[in-house]
Design a protein around this ligand. Structure first.
Ligand code: GLN
Length: 455
C-alpha cells in the first residue's frame, strides 16, 4: 500500500485502492495461517493482487471505467475473485482501463489517464493499462486483466510485463463484465512467467456458472515454467508466423524478435517458418464480430438496472425510452458508441449475412490455420505489438491506427487458443518490446516452458 501511495501520483493505475478490505483480508489470512488451516493453499497464498475494474468485486465499486456504471456496487464476486480470496490473496484495488475494455491505450477511460512507468509521457497500452502499469511500477506483484483482442498481452508488451490470455473456457468468465463474450478471457499479469503460471493455476479450472467453461482439468502450468527455467528446449518445434510482421512493424521490435528466436534455437528448439494465410483477415473479422457482441452485451445498461440514471431533459416526454436514451447518451463515451453503432449495423436485417456471416466464416478459416500449424509445431511465435509505447494523443483521432495495434494478438481470441506476451528487451527507443507465444487449445502449459526459458 505504501508503494501504491508513492507511485500513484505519477502513474494513476488504480481507479480505487481498497485499502481497508485489503488489510482485513491480510489479517484474515494471517489468522488462518496461525490456526494451521493451510491445507490446499497455493504458493501465492498471502501475495496481494490488483484487479482490472472489468471484473466484479462484492462490496467494491466496479465501473468498467465507464460513467454508466458510476456508483454501482456489485452484490457478488466474480469466480476468479472468489478464488483469490480463497487462496488468501488480498485485493489491493481496481485498476484503470479503456471504457468497457475497448481500446489499446487506456485513454478511453472515463475517469483518468494511466501513465507508462518507462516514460510517463507515453501510454501503457490497453485496454488493461492499469493492471500492466501497476505491476511494472512495482505497485502490485500481480494483477488480473481481461483479453478480448489483446488487452492483457499488448499492455504487457508496452510495459515490459508478462501477460497471459488463457484458452477460451479455461478460466471462468462469471463476473467478468461482458465485452464480446465469444472472445473475452480473464488472465494473469505478472513480472515473471512462473508467477503468471502460479496465478493461472489459482484462477483457472471448470466453473458451472460459466456455460462456456471447459470441464477438464488445467495442465501443469507451474511445472512447465519450472522445466523451462532449465533452458533446455531440445525436441521442441517452434513456428514463426509468416503473416505477422514486416510492414507497419517498428525495426527495433523486429530486431528484438529475431534475437529472441535465435535464443530459442540456441537452447535446442527447432525453428521453422509457418504460414497462417488467413491471419491477414483477422483484424477485419474481429472488428465485425466484436462490435456485434458489444452492441448486444451493452444493451443491458438502460438506466434501470445499474449505476447512472439520467432523466429526459425538460420539455421532453418523461418516458422510459427517453430516460434510456438520455442515460446512454451521457453514460457512454465516443468509442463505446462507435462500436455499438457498428455492431447494430452489422447485425441488422439485410446486412447480417454479408457482414456478420462472412466474419464468422473467416473465423473458421483462422481456427483451421491454427490447427494446421499445430500439426507441424508445438508453439507459434510472433512480436506481440507492432510498436513500443506511443505518446498520449498520438492515435486518439484515428480509430483505425489504434485498431492496428491488435493485429498480432487478435488471431488467438478468434480461435480461442492460449497466448502470452513476455518482455524481450528494449527497442532502439529504450522502450520494452513484447514476444508472443501461441499454443494449442487447452495446452496452455506448452507455451509456459519456452516462455520461462527465454525470460
Ligand atoms: N484493443 C482491442 C480493442 O479495442 C482489444 C480490447 C480487449 O482485448 N479488451 O478491442
Amino acid at each position: 500500500l505504501a508503494a501504491i501511495d508513492a507511485a500513484e501520483p505519477s502513474i494513476q493505475a488504480f481507479l480505487q485502492v481498497s485499502r481497508d478490505q485489503a488489510l482485513q483480508q491480510a489479517d484474515d489470512f494471517d489468522a488462518r495461517r496461525q490456526s494451521g488451516d493451510v491445507d490446499g493453499l497455493p504458493e501465492l497464498a498471502g501475495v496481494p493482487i490488483a484487479v482490472k475494474d472489468m471484473i466484479v468485486t462484492k462490496g467494491i465499486a466496479t465501473t468498467a471505467a465507464s460513467k454508466i456504471l458510476e456508483g454501482w456496487i456489485p452484490p457478488y464476486d466474480a469466480t476468479v475473485v472468489r478464488k483469490l480470496k480463497h487462496a488468501g490473496m488480498p485485493i489491493l484495488g481496481k485498476t484503470n482501463l479503456d471504457e468497457f475494455a475497448q481500446g489499446s491505450s487506456t485513454e478511453h477511460s472515463a475517469y483518468q489517464t494511466t501513465h507508462n512507468p518507462w516514460d510517463t509521457s507515453r501510454v501503457p497500452g490497453g485496454s488493461g493499462g492499469g493492471s500492466a502499469s501497476a505491476v511494472a511500477a512495482f505497485e502490485a506483484p500481480l494483477a488480473l486483466g481481461t483479453d478480448t483482442g489483446g488487452s492483457i498481452r499488448q499492455p504487457g508488451a508496452l510495459t515490459g510485463t508478462v501477460g497471459v490470455k488463457p484458452t477460451y473456457g479455461g478460466v471462468s468468465r462469471f463476473g467478468a463484465i461482458a465485452m464480446a463474450s465469444s472472445l473475452d478471457q480473464i488472465g494473469p499479469v505478472s513480472r515473471t512467467v512462473l508467477d503468471a503460471a502460479l496465478l493461472h493455476e489459482v484462477i483457472g479450472g471448470y466453473d458451472e456458472r460459466d456455460s462456456t467453461s471447459i470441464p477438464k482439468p488445467l495442465g501443469k502450468l507451474a511445472d512447465a515454467a519450472r522445466e523451462g527455467q532449465r533452458q533446455d528446449l531440445h525436441g521442441m518445434r517452434v513456428g514463426l508466423v509468416k503473416e505477422i510482421g514486416g510492414e507497419g512493424f517498428q525495426p527495433g521490435v523486429e530486431a528484438r524478435f529475431r534475437e529472441a528466436v535465435s535464443a530459442l534455437e540456441a537452447m535446442g528448439a527447432e525453428v521453422v517458418e509457418v504460414s497462417c494465410p488467413h491471419f491477414s483477415y483477422s483484424l477485419g473479422a474481429y472488428y465485425i464480430i466484436m462490435p456485434s457482441e458489444v452492441s448486444s452485451n451493452l444493451a443491458r445498461y438502460d438506466g434501470m438496472r445499474y449505476g447512472l440514471r439520467v432523466m429526459p431533459p425538460e420539455g421532453k416526454a418523461q418516458t422510459a425510452a427517453n430516460m434510456m436514451a438520455a442515460t446512454r447518451e451521457q453514460g457512454f463515451g465516443d468509442e463505446v458508441k462507435r462500436r455499438i453503432i457498428l455492431g447494430t449495423y452489422a447485425l441488422s436485417a439485410g446486412y447480417y449475412d454479408a457482414w456478420y456471416g462472412s466474419a464468422q466464416k473467416v473465423r473458421t478459416l483462422i481456427i483451421r490455420d491454427f490447427a494446421q500449424a499445430f500439426e507441424q509445431v508445438d508453439v507459434l511465435v510472433s512480436p506481440t505489438s507492432p510498436s513500443t509505447a506511443f505518446k498520449f494523443g498520438e492515435k486518439m483521432d484515428d480509430p483505425l491506427t489504434m485498431y492496428l495495434n491488435d493485429v498480432a494478438t487478435i488471431p488467438a481470441n478468434l480461435a480461442g487458443v492460449p497466448a502470452m506476451s513476455i518482455p524481450a528487451g528494449l527497442s532502439d527507443d529504450g522502450l520494452p518490446v513484447g514476444f508472443q507465444f501461441f499454443a494449442p487449445q487447452m495446452k496452455d502449459e506448452v507455451m509456459y516452458k519456452p516462455a520461462a526459458a527465454l525470460e
